[in-house]
Design a protein around this ligand. Structure first.
Ligand SMILES: *Cc1c(COP(=O)(O)O)cnc(C)c1O
Length: 223
């Protein structure tokens, strides 16, 4: 079941790459496994999936312990409380949801020396006041400047979660504005656009996504 859905999803991603003149293989599938069990993750793994995203620190750590023998790259994509930064810095390869310098500094300070730099995306709120997480687009350059200077993290790009829209053109618009803003930030070597979920992955890929974060289409509804 998960194997079939994974195959279908990867085919959809490749199709979208072709349709929107994206380089083949330029969009990574991040399997969002929040609320799903270690067994379900293991099923996706055995079908070839290696990158998994989690929103809740304690839940993720439990699954990481259960799946210790698996060669998984773990991404943290949820809201970050400052009392969780140490565990996040110790147990993840990527964090997509950084939205303040204070959190970025803590992650850098708490990243173990024995591990490579923590990959960071800054979460940008591109739907205005209706959504709470993420910085405003106007704050992006200043935060990039400060975050890029931190020693134990590597600033990779941006993450966005726009409001749900059904219309394809409406879905594309916020991704496009953010992409256009980011390509102007040429000082920071940004290569990651964490755009697109189950409902808007084609629009995200059309607008430059390099990582689609997919839960429902792979693992089914979260109930
Ligand atoms: C839950 C979640 C996803 C996955 O959403 P689906 O609609 O299930 O694909 C992606 N990104 C973030 C930040 C999430 O919290």
């Amino acid at each position: 079941m998960i194997r079939t859905k994974l195959k279908r999803l990867l085919a959809q991603i490749r199709q979208a790459e072709v349709a929107y003149n994206r380089k083949e293989g330029s969009v990574l599938l991040l399997a969002v496994s929040k609320t799903k069990t270690a067994i379900e993750i293991a099923q996706a793994y055995s079908a070839g999936q290696r990158h998994f995203g989690e929103n809740y620190c304690q839940e993720a750590l439990k699954k990481q312990r259960e799946l210790g023998a698996y060669d998984i790259t773990w991404h943290f994509i949820g809201p970050i409380q400052s009392n969780k930064t140490k565990l996040i810095a110790e147990h993840f390869a990527w964090v997509h949801s950084v939205d303040s310098l204070r959190i970025a500094k803590r992650l850098s300070d708490q990243r173990p020396e024995s591990l490579p730099a923590l990959n960071i995306c800054i979460q940008v709120n591109i739907s205005g006041e209706q959504s709470k997480s993420g910085i405003a687009l106007g704050e992006l350059q200043e935060l990039c400047e400060a975050v890029a200077a931190l020693p134990n993290i590597k600033l990779r790009g941006v993450m966005a979660v726009p409001l749900t829209e059904d219309d394809f053109e409406c879905q594309r618009k916020p991704f496009r504005s953010l992409y256009q803003a980011v390509i102007k930030l040429t000082n920071y070597d940004l290569d990651t656009y964490s755009f697109g979920m189950s409902g808007d992955l084609n629009a995200a890929i059309a607008e430059g996504s390099t990582v689609v974060r997919i839960g429902t289409s792979l693992f089914g509804n979260r109930g």
